[in-house]
Design a protein around this ligand. Structure first.
Ligand code: UD1
Ligand code: MG
Length: 458
């Protein structure tokens, strides 16, 4: 039976010396989110209340980063051990139900695993998340008595040679009856090799009182990996990206190489989506059915409708792309852009804060910013909407069926009428009427008597 009341204490006061960073360890990111956020989200998923975070080093940055979260913060000014850290949180922890201790630098624990652990603890048992390791050095070892019951946890530095051979280790994640934790924590001593107050010593207290002590192993060992240095940070990043890739493939997405995709947020895919190598998805990205994303694209907060093809090296941010549109290669689509169905955006084209209607084409080397472009428009190579006078920005409006000749500059604010044609190389600074040819360039001259100069003799 699951306890009605779940308290969570997150230990996050460690210095993180080995990160060699001025940023507190728990603010370092995995898949675009600070480590601590994963732990908080898991605690929230478990309906924990209250959630108490014990912070130390760089605390003001941590508080600032999570200012909007419904969390209680407790400072541990001096890092005197995990038991001491938990003791600081105790005034916020209720005496009912179960208290679960998590670490701020162990971000990949799955809610389901913790739910099972809390369930195992029930009302009157101590539950420990353990794993069996080939290389257990550095971890606290799970010491069991002859009958197999857990007797205590011994830290590596305090262990006998025989105890060091034990391969079952303490992940640090434990669930306790809250009332007992209130009794035990103030009793902890620091008479050990490290002179620290060990949270793990409560296990011995529980065993001595004859309390049931149970253990659970996570489904995946990567869940319990912690971060102490940049190498481990990168390992966890990969572990999480493998999880993302596995989920996408399970849902039917074709990944050209599941080891070469980065999802830093939420990626939602329709049916028959193909994603080539080296793509990065940031924020919330939605891909419709039959979408193909070419290699090395960056997509941030975009909605991409059915049948769209995004070719290699394109960068899309804050945009909506209509059905069967073609983007790239080498295209840049910037925020507040909405492209309707069948629009074509080609290489070295930048589109910003613009709406482009059905079937219009901007295929080569152009800048279209702050523009409203109708349907069936053709914008020739090297067209520039001149939207900025150095102080203010202005809009360019291009009517349906207009044809903008290559190498034109449209100086905003300006309106190009429906079916207007702009001659190539024009600098347009007055509205161009519908259905007419507007030409705004110097007339070509050919000099009839001109001869090429010859090299002068010495
Ligand atoms: C701890 C466990 C060990 C376990 C290992 C798993 C104890 C005594 N030992 O060892 O059995 O195998 O984790 O990784 O609990 N922290 C504080 N304040 C402190 C000390 C630590 O907030 O004063 C936080 C750290 O930020 C970290 C967590 O507690 O998130 C664990 O601290 P760490 O120093 O890594 O503990 P270990 O010695 O590795
Ligand atoms: Mg550690």
């Amino acid at each position: 039976m699951v306890a009605e009341e779940l308290n969570v204490i997150i230990l996050a006061a460690g210095k993180g010396t080995r990160m060699h960073s001025s940023q507190p360890k728990v603010l370092h990111q995995i898949a675009g989110k600070p480590m601590l956020q994963y732990v908080l989200e898991t605690a929230i998923d478990l309906n924990a209340d209250p959630i108490t975070v014990v912070y130390g080093h760089g605390g003001e940055h941590v508080l600032h980063a999570f200012a909007d979260w419904d969390v209680r913060w407790v400072e541990q000014a001096e890092q005197l051990g995990t038991g001491h850290a938990a003791l600081q949180a105790l005034p916020h922890v209720g005496t009912e139900g179960v208290t679960l201790v998590l670490y701020g630098d162990v971000p990949l624990l799955q809610t389901e695993t913790l739910r099972k652990l809390v369930h195992l603890a029930g009302k009157d048992k101590l539950a420990i998340l353990t794993v069996v390791m080939d290389e257990p050095s550095g971890y606290g070892r799970i010491v069991r008595s002859d009958n197999g019951n857990i007797a205590c946890i011994v830290e590596e530095k305090d262990a006998t040679d025989q105890q060091r051979r034990i391969r079952e280790i303490n992940t640090g994640v434990m669930a306790f009856p809250s009332a007992d934790l209130h009794r035990w924590l103030p009793e902890l001593a620091n008479d050990n090799q490290q002179g620290e107050y060990y949270l793990t010593d409560v296990v011995r207290m529980a065993a001595e009182e004859g309390m049931g002590i149970v253990s659970l192993q996570p489904d995946e060992d990567t869940e319990v990996l912690g971060v102490n240095d940049k190498r481990q940070l990168a390992q966890l990043e990969r572990a999480l990206q493998r999880r993302h890739a596995a989920r996408l493939m399970q849902d039917g997405v074709t990944l050209m190489d599941p080891a070469r995709i980065d999802v830093r947020g939420l990626l939602l895919c329709g049916r028959d989506v193909t994603i080539d190598v080296g793509c990065v998805f940031i924020g919330q990205v939605e891909l419709g059915d039959n979408v193909r994303i070419g290699p090395h694209c960056v997509l941030k907060d975009v909605v991409i409708r059915d049948g769209v093809v995004v070719s290699a090296f394109s960068h899309l941010d804050g945009a909506e792309i209509g059905e069967n549109a073609h983007i790239g290669p080498f295209a840049r689509i910037r925020p507040d852009t909405r492209l309707a169905a069948h629009v074509h955006i080609g290489n070295f084209v930048e589109v910003k804060n613009s709406q482009v209607e059905y079937g219009s084409k901007i295929n080569h080397l152009s800048y279209v910013g702050d523009a409203t472009v109708g349907h069936g428009v053709n914008i020739g190579a090297g067209t520039i909407t001149v939207n900025y006078d150095g102080v203010n920005k202005y809009r360019t409006t291009i009517g349906n069926g207009a044809f903008i000749g290559s190498g034109s500059e449209l100086i905003a604010p300006v309106v190009i009428g429906d079916d207007a044609t702009i001659a190539a190389g024009s600098t347009i600074n007055k509205d161009a009427p519908a259905g007419k040819l507007s030409i705004a360039r110097a007339r070509q001259l050919t000099h009839p008597t001109w001869v090429r100069p010859t090299k002068k003799g010495k």
